[in-house]
Design a binder for this molecule. Sequence first.
Ligand SMILES: Cc1ncc(COP(=O)(O)O)c(C=O)c1O
Length: 461
Amino acid sequence: MTVQRPAERTHIHPGLTQIIAAQEDIFVRRQPRSRRLAADAGRHLAGGVTSSWQITAPQPVWLSHGRGSRVWDVDGNEYVDLHGGYGAALAGHAHPAVLRAVQGQATRGTHFAQPTPDAVAVAEELARRFGLPQWRFANSGTEATMDAVHLMRSITGRDLIIKVEGCYHGHHDSVQVSVAPGAGEAGPEDKPYSAASSTGIPRAMTDLTLIASFNDTGGVARLLGEHKNQVAGMIIEPVMMNAGIIKPEPGYLAELKALLHQHGALLTFDEVKTGLTVGPGGVTKDENVQPDLITLAKSLGGGIAVAAIGGTHAVMGHVASGGYEMVGTFNGNPLAMAATRAMLTEVATPEAYERIGKLRERAETGILRQIQQHGLRAHVVTAGAKGCVVFSPEPVCNYRGFLGVDDRFSHAHWLYQHNRGVFLPPWGKIEQWLISVQHEEADIDRLVENFAAFARAATNA
Ligand SMILES: Cc1ncc(COP(=O)(O)O)c(C=O)c1O
């Protein structure tokens, strides 16, 4: 994992608003069918989409199909897909190994609610990669982190948890707290408030989630001291990936673990996003810090919905003994297990990671060259297959730094890429690109060329 130094500040085009308006106009004109579908869909699909984050400006993009590193929208426009289904398409699209596994299992039955041998093979491989010996499965990242939080509470008999400001762990009550608080509701930086991130969550739940800043062990020590013997554990994205990409400072994760254990509390690494994408064994392996629990989802199933929860013998023994009932009709679904097995054994291979590493370097150096050439106030952060441009000259080390980044640049950049055939994830500065095992050098060159066009426009060079 590498962080590029920011370029020096120079001239910024004053007409960013006009650039956005012009690009949104092109965007809409290229996609008349998407526009009609978006308008009609609202009759029976709430908000005209299947998840609220699909409502993006200037209009949702309706897709027709995907193959390899590409996707096509319903208007027939082709894109290099670096959106990757919000980080779930490390395999790319219609990967032959995933297809074989899914087709093979589909002909033998898609659901039993009884274990199948693939589940053992998957658990064994996850244990080897992530160093935690015991595993269970679920269907989404939200379910996995919900089980992790329940488990920390169940084992310790304590109600409070600590969460990091700006981390996202899915949409259950305990973690929908201070995900993206505005400056007015976030409180002081050294003592962030617990701000509800969604309606429909009782204050009584929000109050059970204490908030600390990323890269601040002092804040966690303070919370543990103020709430002695009441904190069940802490959940954290060990590399923040719902605020661009923010990396842990050296020693931070190890210190957190020591602090929590000193106070009888547990540590969960939410690797739903980072899991297989930063490397074969996630941040856990890269940083050589083993938490008590790990949650995985997104890219794990090669595009099929699946999640995993891994734990130490001490933690998962509590599940095995019935101390906590970890349940779900579709847990360990045979289709998902077959796809995951293929993903782990045939897709996310050492050779694939090596290839992705070269493409990452190509993207990083190419974009950085453009940033420097045009004097753009920006820098590049990458972690394995993931990367993003942060439109700030300063490195960002926590959510407060991220809050200060002007989102208009990310949106303008996203539009520029989209209108020129590269599909980055929407939601501007929050998200990252994902390079899949099926991307080629030409795909990355297109990303860099489009970035150059954007840099020229944004700096009026
Ligand atoms: C780090 C992290 N954890 C959990 C989740 C929730 O996953 P899901 O959307 O599969 O419920 C997400 C989703 O973006 C995530 O980024």
